[in-house]
Design a protein around this ligand. Structure first.
Ligand SMILES: *Cc1c(COP(=O)(O)O)cnc(C)c1O
Length: 380
């Protein structure tokens, strides 16, 4: 059947009809007074979502653009940085940092395990000369379904006093509590196709006063991603370059929906979906890749040597798109995205279809066990 595809991948995520309709308009001039009002409203909404009074700017880019901007605006070639690496995205920040000539010290954990806050603490405590300029981590590591303990790692950064805390929040913002001001996070990057419930194309960066101070001394070259340009324009409800006007209409609608639901309810929904998905996987006799105490609110990675056969059957028979494993995990795990515009019914549909798929592939899981386990969580 056409037009019934269900996206259960960690981005792009499903887009509500309200958002699609909001985008179905003629674009207007981005220098017009009317559009200026839109930018003003969006900026206020983004600050609400980030729980911050810091600047939050919008870039026409994917999430990686936000993170690259978050690195090149505040650092100089040769600067010593600690990069948390326990998956594909942590690895990407090490690569970006190296591409710009930073002196990268990786703090690693096995894929599937969370970063150890004490490892950061030990290095930062021994840095009496204050040579560490930034700590860069991925909050929700999408490749493995692990949520890193940002609060604890950030506490070590705060105790150090000098280093900036730079965070990839691409699959945690809008899914789990991320109080930017309360925790004092300096740079937080995210992207539209994840928790924002809009299509790909916009990236967001929040910047603290301390990061702006670092900007003044930062010497890496930049032009399109020079965040000061965006700050200046945003302060005047404007944009330095042509923004994706229609995507921003969509963002207006999605922020309205998020504000109507409320942050606590949004976080509770993501937690419920994570728990239901994990309970179902366990009941079906499948192994979860991330431990219970460090489960991402956005994505659940499940181990199976039949991962690709499961994904293929889910797509062909049920038109449900699941994500595969990345790099060495290809064929070893499949990943169920439950981020953004996802409701309880989606989880039950996905778990039911997964059960039927396993049955079709000859797995021995007890019929009904996954749906029963998920229902128990969802209806508690
Ligand atoms: C999706 C994602 C990104 C950004 O990827 P883009 O393809 O550049 O949007 C970055 N970090 C994490 C953790 C992600 O899940």
């Amino acid at each position: 059947m056409e037009n019934k595809q269900m996206l259960m991948i960690p981005g792009p995520t499903p887009v509500p009809e309200k958002v699609l309709l909001a985008m179905a308009k003629h674009p207007i001039g981005h220098r017009s007074g009317d559009f200026s009002k839109v930018i003003g409203e969006l900026t206020a909404g983004l600050k609400w979502l980030h729980q911050t009074q810091n600047d939050v700017v919008m870039l026409t880019a994917s999430g990686t653009g936000a993170m690259e901007a978050g690195i090149i605006n505040f650092l100089s070639s040769g600067d010593r940085v600690l990069v948390g690496n326990n998956g594909k995205f942590g690895d990407r920040w090490a690569k970006v940092s190296k591409a710009y000539g930073l002196t990268v010290e990786e703090v690693r954990a096995e894929w599937g395990q969370p970063l150890d806050p004490n490892a950061f603490k030990a290095i930062l405590e021994s840095d009496s000369q204050k040579t560490v300029k930034a700590v860069i981590i991925t909050h929700s590591e999408t490749s493995t379904g692990v949520l890193n303990d940002l609060e604890a790692i950030n506490a070590a950064v705060k105790a150090h006093g000098q280093a900036l805390m730079i965070v990839d929040a691409v699959t945690s913002l809008g899914a789990v509590n991320l109080p930017v001001d309360e925790w004092g996070l300096d740079v937080v990057g995210s992207g539209s196709q994840k928790g924002y419930m809009i299509p790909p194309g916009l990236a967001f960066v929040s910047v603290s006063a301390k990061a702006w101070q670092a900007y003044e001394g930062a010497k890496l070259p930049k032009f399109y991603l020079d965040l000061k340009k965006y700050k200046k324009a945003t302060d005047e409800n404007s944009s330095p370059f042509t923004p994706p006007v229609n995507l921003m209409y969509g963002l207006q609608a999605s922020l309205e929906m998020m504000q109507a639901e409320g942050l606590d309810a949004i976080f509770a929904r993501h937690r419920r979906h994570t728990e239901a998905t994990r309970a179902a996987a366990k009941a079906l006799g499948l192994s979860l890749f991330a431990p219970d105490g460090a489960a991402s609110p956005a994505i659940t990675a499940i181990e199976s040597d039949s991962a690709e056969a499961i994904r293929s059957a889910m797509r062909k028979k049920f038109d449900i798109a699941l994500a595969g494993g990345q790099d060495h995990l290809k064929g070893k795990v499949f990943r169920i995205g439950h981020l953004g515009f996802v409701c309880d019914r989606d989880i039950l549909s996905c778990v039911g279809a997964l059960e039927a798929t396993l049955m079709g592939l000859g797995h021995s899981a007890a019929p009904g066990a996954g749906v029963a386990a998920a229902s128990k969580v969802l209806c508690a």
